[in-house]
Write a protein that binds this ligand. Structure first.
Ligand code: NAD
Length: 338
């Protein structure tokens, strides 16, 4: 039973903590917060996690709020076999020094640069590369979504070139200070966006260029892919391969799932924790092959698609399972993923 510490208990961190707790080969030994908010209170009172503070000078604030604290982040990582760093992007470099000093392995998230660890992770595309490594980075929600379907299609289709237009949610649902509220924002306004190069950090040799825009929605991202192919492939072949892949699901607009809003309503019906949708939904009607070009549309539940990847990354770094498919199957079973 391996001990996992979660540094940063926000959107991603609280989900990773619960996913770790759902496995039978690892346990949560602590989570960390910088502010004594409702998430800190729930972590202790509802979830029963030991809570450590990211900023030691704030200990009094936690005491005044009546939230029990087990120590500082530095104390927490002493106890851990591995840390999953879910702090906001850019805090990574300073934390890396702390992890190195403590001699503890660490997994970062997509908000950090690939250069921080020199290694990026996707369960399907490059699990082996992180096997036994000290540090890796689970790529972002968008990169995970692109990689999951493209890597699944790779054995079937001879991918010459990928183009994707990324329609990004303006904020997570709790993001009261972000936008846009009433605009479509090319973000970034230059091409390519960082998403294409980021896919290449986990999918060797792929030729992909992306462009991205932000829109006033919080539910999901949405991707529009155009893939130049060098072989003869039918829509049915593509559908068949995607249907068989776990963590990918085919949805039909004709069954009332024609939008991200309806897909998230479906996710609520599944009754999972926080109504999460770990799978990447691909619209069946969007799949088509025209003149050696494959087209498809997919969506990404940004708050949750990277969560199972973090569990597999823990098994890879700690050499708990050498076969990625076995780790994926184990994670899927524990989390009820299709
Ligand atoms: P978040 O803001 O929801 O949570 C971050 C948490 O870290 C907060 O609880 C904050 O209090 C805590 N924190 C801040 N500074 C800290 C410190 N010095 N020590 C300990 N804790 C600290 O952020 P998030 O959305 O969960 O993002 C975390 C990482 O995951 C980022 O790299 C982000 O890019 C990546 N990511 C986010 C999403 C998403 O859509 N939210 C999707 C995939 C990946």
């Amino acid at each position: 039973m391996k001990s996992v510490a979660i540094n940063g208990y926000g959107t991603i961190g609280k989900r990773v903590a619960d996913a770790v707790a759902a496995q039978n080969d690892m346990k949560v030994i602590g989570v960390s917060k910088t502010r004594p908010n409702f998430e800190a209170r729930n972590a202790v009172k509802e979830k029963g996690y030991d809570l450590y503070i990211g900023i030691p000078e704030r200990e009094n604030q936690f005491k005044e709020a009546g939230i029990e604290v087990a120590g500082t982040v530095e104390d927490m990582i002493q106890e851990a076999d591995i840390v999953v760093d879910c702090t906001p992007g850019t805090i990574g470099p300073q934390n890396l020094e702390m992890y190195k000093k403590a001699g503890v392995k660490a997994i970062y998230q997509g908000g950090e640069d690939h250069d921080l660890t020199g290694l990026s992770f996707n369960s399907f595309a490059n699990y082996d590369k992180s096997y036994g490594a000290d540090y890796t980075r689970v790529v972002s929600c968008n990169t995970t979504g692109l990689t999951r379907t493209l890597y699944t299609l790779n054995p079937l289709i001879d991918i010459k070139k990928v183009r994707s237009v990324m329609v990004r949610r303006g904020s997570d649902p709790n993001g009261v200070k972000k936008g846009p509220i009433n605009a479509i924002v090319p973000n970034p306004p230059k091409v390519p966006s960082h998403h294409g190069p980021d896919v290449a950090t986990v999918f060797d040799g792929i030729n992909i260029t992306t462009m991205a825009l932000l829109v006033p929605t919080t539910l999901m991202h949405q991707h529009n892919l155009m893939v130049e192919i060098g072989n003869d492939v039918s829509k049915d072949d593509v559908l068949d391969v995607l249907e068989k892949r776990s963590r990918v699901m085919i949805v039909k607009a004709s069954e009332g799932l024609g939008s991200t809003a309806e897909i998230m309503e479906y996710a609520k019906e599944l009754g999972r924790s926080r109504s999460d949708l770990y799978e990447i939904p691909v619209w069946e009607e969007s799949i088509n092959v025209v003149d050696n070009e494959l087209f498809y549309m997919q969506a990404v539940h940004q708050e949750s698609d990277v969560v199972p990847e973090n569990i597999d990354a823990i098994r890879a770094l700690l050499e708990m399972e050498s076969d990625n498919e076995k780790s994926i199957a184990k994670t899927n079973k524990a989390m009820g993923i299709f």
